[in-house]
Design a protein around this ligand. Structure first.
Ligand code: NAD
Length: 418
């Protein structure tokens, strides 16, 4: 009996090479892997993971397997699985249920297969695994000791579950570690979103009016990198403080309604629903390009786009043309799914090195600790600092240490103006 369902096992060799390439750029996770392997830190633990199946995720899955864990993995987006990576993992004996272009039904079937493995620790990216466990597979909750969550949207959903009293086990919000969101969400999303747009369209970014919806960690990174490519960047926001920050960072800030009139490329990074909708699409210029880099494909209203269109054509991979009733054409990238994973390869390995070091250490923390109350927890500060220190060391960067005198000085109040 096979313990996997993937697109094509013959892709394994190609996948192995990709994983090796990622691994070579993930020194922190590799160091953790070596230690886990020596200590068998997760011996006989069943880990169920629902996360983008990329070459970097493969290095994380191998870290768990080296620690003695039994790993089952599915994708957290129907369009983001790298089939060659899934094939390589299946060959290594990891239970993987994922392929690119799953239907919604297949997507949830894969999640269900992971739940069938009776996980004691879950690892989620967007909280679809946790919510499926809580809604449809409640009988499997009893053996789950804890879990981790990778992204902003997942943490928001889990906090809502906690608030509603629905959450049945403890979750560590890996997203909220400084060594995750300050780097992955900002520099990872900033670079890989542009990579996805360029791979899908091959358009010139210089001189384009580039609209970023949401000036959170992803939006900040994207706006910064788009400016670096010579685009004229406009930010839209709902939070007045973030809007002000964008203004003072030198970006043009306006409403989506106004931005719609001038934008050439629109990218949503809000984690919210219907941020670009009919009223905006109707104002857009001919040939405007729409993409999303937030977790779910709800930020651009695809139902609205379909409703105002008379025809749709696939121009090339991840690029669809919608012709509106007035003859204008709008282009939707990657079906509105997160562009950096659907049209490119997700974040560069160097950034995932830190995110997944947090994942690995948080999973070990849950495995070793007494069962925690069912709440959403921060990543322990020691883990966050350890990841930062290991990364600096791997980069060959030396930092100063507080002297005893300095430690004392900042801990007392008596010494003022001298
Ligand atoms: N593409 C990726 O690889 C990737 C990586 C990390 C996070 N994410 C996802 O990206 C999304 C954003 O994450 P983040 O960490 O930047 O979140 P964040 O909370 O830091 O930022 C979101 C911003 O969007 C703003 N916003 C909300 N509704 C808006 C609206 N209608 N119009 C304009 N702005 C609005 C909020 O005020 C906030 O400033 C989430 O869905 C997250 O899960 C994607």
């Amino acid at each position: 009996m096979t313990n996997y369902k993937i697109k094509d096992p013959t892709l394994a060799r190609h996948g192995r090479l990709q994983i090796e390439w990622a691994s070579a750029h993930m020194p922190v996770l590799n160091q953790i892997k070596r230690q886990f392997e020596k200590e068998k830190s997760l011996k006989d633990k069943a880990i169920g993971a629902c996360i983008h199946v990329t070459k970097e995720t493969a290095v994380l899955a191998e870290t768990f397997a080296a620690a003695g864990a039994d790993v089952a993995l599915c994708g957290c987006n129907p369009l983001s699985t790298q089939d060659e990576v899934a094939a390589a993992l299946a060959e290594e004996g990891i239970k993987v249920y994922a392929w690119r272009e799953e239907t919604t039904e297949e997507y949830y079937w894969c999640i269900s297969k992971v739940i069938d493995q009776n996980p004691q620790i879950t690892l989620d990216d967007g909280a679809d695994l946790v919510s499926t466990l809580h809604i449809k597979r409640k009988e499997m909750l009893k053996d789950v000791k804890g879990g981790t969550e990778e992204t902003t949207t997942g943490v928001m959903r889990l906090r809502a579950m906690e608030k509603a009293g629905a959450l049945k086990y403890a979750i560590i919000a890996v997203n909220d570690a400084y060594t995750k969101y300050l780097f992955d969400n900002r520099y990872g999303t900033g670079q890989s979103t542009l990579d996805g747009i360029v791979r899908a369209t091959n358009i010139l970014l210089a001189g384009k009016n580039f609209i970023v919806a949401g000036y959170g960690w992803c939006g900040r990174g994207l706006a910064m990198r788009a400016r670096g490519m010579g685009a004229n960047v406009t930010v839209t926001e709902v939070n007045p403080i973030r809007a002000l920050e964008a203004v003072m960072d030198g970006f043009h800030v306006t409403s989506m309604s106004k931005a719609a009139e001038t934008g050439d490329i629109f990218v949503t990074t809000t984690g919210n629903i219907n941020v670009i909708r009919r009223e905006h699409m109707q104002k857009m210029k001919d040939n405007a390009i729409l993409a999303n880099s937030g977790h779910f494909n709800v930020e651009i209203s695809i139902p609205d786009l379909k409703a105002i269109s008379v025809s749709k054509r696939k121009i090339r991979a991840n690029l669809e043309e919608y012709k509106l009733k007035d003859g204008k054409k709008l282009y939707l990238l990657a079906e509105g799914r997160l562009i950096n994973l659907a049209a490119a390869e997700g974040h560069p390995s160097e950034v995932m090195d830190m995110s997944f070091a947090n994942q690995a250490l948080s999973v070990k923390y849950i495995a070793e600790k007494e069962r925690m109350k069912p709440k959403v927890y921060k990543v322990p500060k020691e883990i966050d600092h350890l990841v930062a220190n290991l990364k600096l060391k791997a980069m060959g960067i030396e930092v100063d240490k507080l002297t005893e005198e300095q430690k004392k000085y900042i801990a007392t109040w008596e010494t003022g103006t001298i």
